[in-house]
Design a protein around this ligand. Structure first.
Ligand code: HEC
Ligand code: HEC
Length: 593
């Protein structure tokens, strides 16, 4: 079954094969007798942050997001890939050798050369990034403390060998020509061999490794960690601080959760996290559990360019079993066609206007049905496969519904087998303020007693017809009548959001993810274009202390970062959806007012 599916992994694999072939050709045409010139030391310290985006784009498909060698394309490589996150491996690596491998490749082992597409400076940044994959930020912080106490007197606080007790010919840890030729293992051996270090023999192996990783940071710049994030847990049902609960700070760097830290909020609900990276690519989320329900901060936190302090509060709520505050604001439909089926992605956006988290009865919160002729149903954002329970010829969501406009998003994808004409009847679980249908223009016609045609629009190279309906009533069916299905035309090389399903008859999780990403893009465009029916309701937010241009800058940054992280498919969807809607609404309010 999976074999038939167009999938992202295969696509990535094709790309890597192409790269490998490209590399082979490159190697064949450059003289095989000329050994690659040795790495030239870089002029300026390579930067870990500089390598991040390059890594995501070029290396992650094989080496994996955290360098463990588990990227999707690694499945097609016979030998196991190195695990860069394992200090044992990383400590053997000589930076200049890694530079050479990255630049010239090891084509026979399927490691492509990058020298023909990346500059030396970029390859150095990647070398620094690869080193950093084995280093935990907390260890670097511990290493810094040790260094200041035990090493700076001779080696100097900047590592250049100019401390008050320095001897005549100290090596400078900032000397790139030297440091790029030393592996961590070699630094360790030299450290242990040096008689001037005899008095330091009380250091444990772990401490030595921490301090030597810190020593490396004199030649490879690592992101600064001087950020402080403060916040308060507020019980938003009672509007009082909620003290004494453990809170976790989750740190997303680029596309991945790279770290988390846990602390206890004090009796007034206040918490502080320190020594945080303040890079642009980093987003923070605070998570806490209250009465067995886990809550995430309504928006992610970040540091604005010139500040090292930021605030991120966490709301928690009392629970209720009364569904009266639950509503469905929006229903979105994306329809595309394959030769054997109509492919549908259906999204209910469920909100809670109350001040309590709705927990339902027996943990079941939101019942809904899918059209009777739906097949191959899969749900997005259901990693355990247990979120949606089958019941009463439909499904029930088990996610608690926290207060908010769009606290739960139910995304189902399914196929309806093709006939010359067919009806898709969507039973409505609640009154729905607005329904939007985007149908890819492939020759079919859509009629519906409820929907009105709005217009045609191009998205990412595909043409879509947009329809809208307002104020649909619960227990009605939204009826989509599809005709002219015998006139469908299929492009040879599908592209764009609607095409996700057209390359094959099936859908899988990767597939769906791309559909959502594509659809998300479309929806975001619509909102940006000011379609009134898609505009989030602007709630008047309490004035913040930040002045509005500052806030605007922050929001724009946040949105850009959020999208990037989400497009890579790694950012927690709960954070993404909530945050995006909120920022967008706030941003528009700022722009208008
Ligand atoms: C097509 C898959 C693929 C891609 C893409 C890829 N690599 Fe590799 N890489 C490999 C394989 C396979 C090896 C192991 C080679 C070997 O066994 O010696 C490797 C080895 C390496 C090594 C040497 C490790 C060692 O133990 O000596 C480094 C460093 C490296 N890759 C960095 C990168 C960087 C940086 C990128 C992105 C610019 C990248 N790789 C992209 C497959 C890939
Ligand atoms: C009493 C002065 C002194 C102190 C304290 C000291 N060092 Fe050194 N260190 C030296 C001298 C002298 C050398 C040898 C000359 C050179 O290579 O710079 C050296 C060499 C080294 C080297 C080898 C560099 C290379 O060439 O590979 C490392 C690594 C090192 N020290 C790390 C440390 C660390 C880490 C600490 C603290 C835990 C420390 N040193 C504390 C004086 C000191």
């Amino acid at each position: 079954m999976r074999r038939h599916l167009f999938n992202v992994q295969r696509l990535t694999f094709n790309i890597s094969i192409w790269l490998v072939l490209g590399g082979l050709i490159f190697t064949v045409f450059s003289s095989p007798l000329l050994a690659a010139p040795p790495a030239q030391a870089p002029d300026t310290p390579p930067s870990v942050s500089g390598g991040r985006a390059l890594w995501t784009e070029n290396c992650q498909p094989c080496h994996g997001p955290t360098g463990q060698g588990d990227g999707p394309a690694s499945q097609n490589i016979p030998d196991p890939l190195p695990n860069f996150s394992d200090p044992k491996t990383a400590w053997q690596h000589i930076p200049a050798e890694n530079f050479n491998v990255i630049k010239n490749g090891r084509v026979e082992k399927l490691m492509p050369p990058w020298g023909n597409r990346l500059s030396d400076a970029q390859i150095w940044d990647l070398t620094a990034y690869v080193w950093n994959l084995s280093v935990k930020p907390a260890e670097l912080a511990a290493g810094e403390t040790l260094y200041t106490e035990k090493c700076a007197a001779c080696h100097g606080s900047s590592g250049s060998g100019d401390g008050p007790e320095a001897s005549a010919n100290m090596v400078s840890f900032t000397d790139l020509a030297v440091m790029t030729q030393r592996s961590q293992v070699e630094l360790q051996a030299n450290f242990k061999a040096g008689p001037e270090h005899a008095s330091l023999n009380t250091l444990s192996e772990q401490e030595i490794s921490q301090v030597l990783n810190y020593v490396r940071s004199f030649s490879f710049t690592v992101p600064q960690r001087d950020g402080i994030l403060k916040g308060q847990v507020i019980n938003a049902t009672t509007n009082k601080p909620q003290g004494n609960i453990p809170v976790t700070l989750r740190i997303f760097e680029g596309n991945n959760e790279v770290e988390h830290m846990t602390t206890q909020a004090d009796s007034t609900g206040n918490y502080t996290f320190e020594k945080l990276p303040t890079d642009h690519s980093i987003l923070y989320a605070v998570e806490g559990r209250y009465k067995d329900i886990s809550y995430l901060s309504d928006q992610p936190g970040l540091f604005t360019p010139d500040s090292t302090e930021t605030t991120l509060n966490l709301n928690v709520y009392e629970t209720t079993t009364s569904a009266e505050a639950i509503n469905v604001k929006q229903l979105h439909y994306l329809i595309s066609f394959t030769p054997d089926a109509v492919n549908v992605v259906q999204i209910f956006v469920v909100g809670n206007q109350g001040k309590h988290t709705y927990v339902g009865t027996n943990g079941q919160t939101f019942p809904f049905k899918l059209p009777q002729n739906a097949q191959n149903v899969i749900f997005e954002n259901d990693p355990t496969g247990m979120r949606f329970v089958e019941a009463d010829d439909g499904y029930v969501d088990t996610e608690p519904i926290t207060p908010g406009e769009d606290s739960v998003t139910i995304v189902a994808a399914y196929k309806v087998p093709l006939a010359d004409s067919l009806d898709i009847e969507v039973p409505l679980p609640a009154d729905i303020a607005s329904a939007n249908v985007l149908m890819q223009d492939q020759g079919a016609k859509l009629n519906s007693p409820q929907l009105q045609f709005v217009e045609k629009r191009e998205f990412q190279g595909d043409s879509f017809s947009i329809y809208n309906a307002a104020n649909l009533k619960k227990d009605q069916d939204l009826v989509l009548q599809l005709t002219d299905l015998n006139k469908l035309a299929f492009a040879a090389a599908p592209a764009g959001p609607g095409a996700v399903a057209t390359a094959s008859g099936g859908l899988n999780q990767d597939h769906l993810r791309w559909t959502i990403v594509g659809l998300g893009g479309v929806m975001i465009l619509l909102v940006a274009l000011g379609y009134p029916y898609l505009r989030p309701q602007l709630t008047h937010q309490p004035a913040t202390e930040e002045d509005s241009s500052m806030r605007r800058q922050k929001l724009l940054l946040l949105l850009a970062r959020l999208d990037k992280a989400f497009e890579a498919g790694e950012l927690d969807k709960r954070i993404y959806h909530r945050a995006r809607a909120k920022y967008k609404a706030e941003l528009m309010q700022l722009m208008e007012g």
